[in-house]
Design a protein around this ligand. Structure first.
Ligand SMILES: [Zn+2]
Length: 319
């Protein structure tokens, strides 16, 4: 193991208080708790630092989101609503402030990279973000944490930003943000939209206008696993990233493609996430040293979620 590489985990206890109703909803506070417990007990523990974020400001959220959505979200929780638009999007009284904190994890992580020379940052956060659209919540997501972080990286001088999304689902909100933008690259591996939520992310879509050629949707058939992902990494994905030559990389780190997680039909092993961590670390060193940020997205089966995050971080530190 490379003992020089440390990872800063950006997280806050308030993130556990986003209340999704306590019923059958899969996006539960325990997700963060099991990861935290695992990391504290693991041999990785000496390589991890912890840092508490600041919430994203309204100005930072409106890099992507509309003021109308911010106002609607805030009014809904303050009036005691238990979900917004769809029962997937469960909220409690504090959910607006907690979602601001969740988006703030990426911004605070970028500040750590830029100002404190943190080597590597993993945002251990919820609610997740990659389905959130400019004016509405979607699929457990309220603010698009990856898009807000990408825009903040750009504001801080990293113009060409790549988001690589290995969550089992397509990040429709990230594609919305980036598909007409020449300065961003979105690469997503996900279960094919014919079979999987949210039904977006078709391979024929490559971006439009100035953004033509900056979207790479790589849908996989149900049952696909490590072999298919590694083949894509070796071919399409590495050439797309090399061609773009990013100044910063954000990882939409979702772990619901694991074979034990029934939120998708994908068959990823725990070891695949370690391989992903290793490859991603190599991209950072090759293209943008000191400008890699990982943000937790999905992952809903507690045992495989803890296993997979542990494996991913092990890959990032060079284990
Ligand atoms: Zn997902």
């Amino acid at each position: 193991m490379n003992t020089q590489t440390k990872i800063t985990i950006v997280t806050d206890p308030i993130l556990l208080e986003h209340d999704t109703g306590g019923g059958e909803h899969p996006e539960i506070p325990e997700r963060l708790a099991v990861i935290r417990d695992r990391l504290e007990d693991d041999h990785l523990a000496p390589f991890l630092n912890y840092s508490q974020p600041q919430p994203a400001s309204r100005e930072q959220l409106t890099y992507f989101h509309t003021e109308a959505w911010l106002n609607r979200f805030e009014e809904a929780v303050l009036s005691g609503r238990t979900y917004i638009d769809h029962t997937d999007n469960q909220v409690g009284y504090e959910s607006f402030n907690i979602a601001m904190m969740s988006a703030g994890c990426g911004i605070s992580g970028i500040d750590l990279l830029n100002r404190e020379h943190a080597e590597n940052v993993f945002c251990l956060t919820r609610p997740p973000g990659h389905h959130a659209e400019p004016n509405m919540p979607f699929g457990f997501c309220f603010f698009n944490n990856c898009v807000v972080a990408a825009r903040y990286f750009q504001e801080q001088g990293r113009q060409r930003v790549c988001v690589f999304d290995f969550d089992a689902h397509h990040g429709n909100g990230i594609q919305t943000a980036f598909e007409e933008d020449a300065d961003t690259l979105y690469v997503s591996i996900h279960e094919h939209p014919s079979f999987s939520y949210p039904g977006t992310g078709w391979g024929e879509e490559h971006g439009t206008g100035d953004g033509a050629g900056t979207i790479f949707n790589l849908p996989l058939r149900p049952g696909a696993g490590d072999k298919e992902v590694l083949a894509l990494l070796d071919s399409t994905i590495e050439s797309a990233i090399a061609g773009f030559n990013p100044q910063a990389i954000i990882i939409a780190a979702g772990f619901d493609g694991h074979t034990r997680d029934d939120m998708s039909g994908l068959n990823y092993s725990t070891e695949l996430y370690e391989q992903l961590g290793r490859r991603i670390k190599q991209w950072e060193q090759q293209f943008c040293p000191g400008s890699l940020l990982s943000i937790l997205e999905g992952g809903y089966e507690m045992g495989s979620l803890a296993d997979s995050v542990q494996a991913y971080l092990n890959g990032l530190v060079g284990g």
